[in-house]
Design a protein. Sequence first.
Length: 241
Amino acid sequence: MSAQPLARLAGLLADPTRAAICLALLDGRAWTASELAHHVGIVASTASEQLSRLVAGGLLVEERQGRHRYLRLAGPGTAALVEDLATFAATQPGSAATPAPAPRNLRESVRRSAEARARTCYDHLAGRLGVAVADSLLARGVVSDEAGLAVTVPGRAWLTTTVGVDVEALRHGRRPLVRSCLDWTERRPHLAGVLGAALCTHAMDAGWLRRVGTGRALRVTTGGAEALRDLFGITLDQGAD
């Protein structure tokens, strides 16, 4: 195996601007080049150059609609890579000595608090909610970690008949059915893979969760609070609508 591809990939993420762009796209949606430029705080010409490098390097893909250029992460594998690297970096010796900068205003403080409670990590649930769902599924035997993380046979039946998520029907390609993803705020794992994505999609489609503004944060609705309590035994300190 050649070291050059790894070095090129590391070089792409070594730039703070490109890293910030990839982190922003962990919400799983496609952003326009101008939206990303505004979010990162750079001019459009600089954003265009950095985005082109990320696309050429295979981390992003782009779609054009009229005059607009939409960009998103290349796929679940790319999202997992970015999230894992960000979490790894945050847990390295000395990282705790450099705390996150204080919120610049009330809006940013509210956003951070909301993201810590519940958010998307690309296409699955994260934050305290994501970790609580993972804990619940493990405790109920829906997921087992005895010989590597796996969905049990009774668990598949329960997910289909009780929750309404037929994860087997959604399997495609080489993506694992369930994968552990270390949560960067909780420092404990939540669930990714096909199951994680299916649960997040189901929760959004069922109206259990709603996005807070345009970011990654999620808010539990009244119906969602009831469903989470009845199905998973989860109660969060999250305001309902």
